[in-house]
Write a protein that binds this ligand. Structure first.
Ligand code: COA
Length: 178
């Protein structure tokens, strides 16, 4: 197991976000823009801090041995139905080490135990099987496969998105069997 932890995004993360989010390989499978704007890191962290303060989103920095390596968010919170959407990206040098699998497990704990959500949703492009696998390894179940008509962003319009969900009960069962 890697030494992975989460914490809220801070202004100090702007330089790392700028560095890692500028990589075209990252933009190929997630909604990070490419080319990445020269002030993108600064704008991103400021928006994250505001979003957390106003409870519009709960973005976290992913840390490996205390160093920033990526972002994972609990987005689109629905405080009536107690649901949220999990989105994430990991800096390219850290792919394939089990880090996002751990980060998704940690953010599920935050969602269910700290924030009181009852169900999480997430989705990944069918051309991104590693991301789907990360969800499956955390107990998520696939619920649908949808052609993106633009609802999930114009960048990947026309591509297929696989939708997954995880309830609090499913998460607890997964934790006891994992
Ligand atoms: C996709 C991403 C989140 C994966 O993170 P990661 O830390 O490298 O993932 P992990 O190492 O925890 O697990 C990856 C799993 O996918 C598997 N995998 C990798 N490539 C695969 C492929 N082409 N087909 C099937 N499975 C694959 C790995 O073997 C591993 O599963 P295993 O442990 O059962 O062997 C990361 O590459 C990333 O952030 N990419 C760019 C942004 C992005 O795609 N974000 C998600 C948007 S939906």
């Amino acid at each position: 197991m890697q030494n992975v932890s989460l914490r809220p995004i801070t202004v100090e993360d702007a330089t790392s976000v700028q560095l890692y989010a500028s990589d075209a390989r990252l933009a190929a499978t997630c909604n990070v823009p490419y080319p990445y704007p020269s002030n993108g890191g600064q704008v991103f962290v400021e928006r994250c801090i505001h979003a957390r303060e106003s409870r519009q989103r709960f973005p976290h920095a992913i840390l490996l041995d205390g160093q920033f390596v990526g972002v994972i968010g609990l987005n689109l919170p629905d405080f009536t139905n107690l649901t949220a959407e999990v989105d994430y990206w990991l800096a390219v040098p850290f792919w394939g080490q089990g880090i996002m699998t751990q980060a998704v497990g940690l953010v599920a704990g935050v969602a269910f135990k700290e924030l009181g959500f009852c169900r999480l949703f997430s989705g990944c492009w069918s051309k991104n099987p590693a991301s789907c696998r990360v969800l499956e390894k955390n107990g998520f179940t696939e619920i649908s496969s949808i052609v993106n008509d633009g609802h999930f962003g114009q960048k990947f319009a026309g591509e297929t998105i696989r939708r997954f969900t995880l309830s609090y009960d499913e998460w607890q069962r997964h934790m006891t069997t994992a």
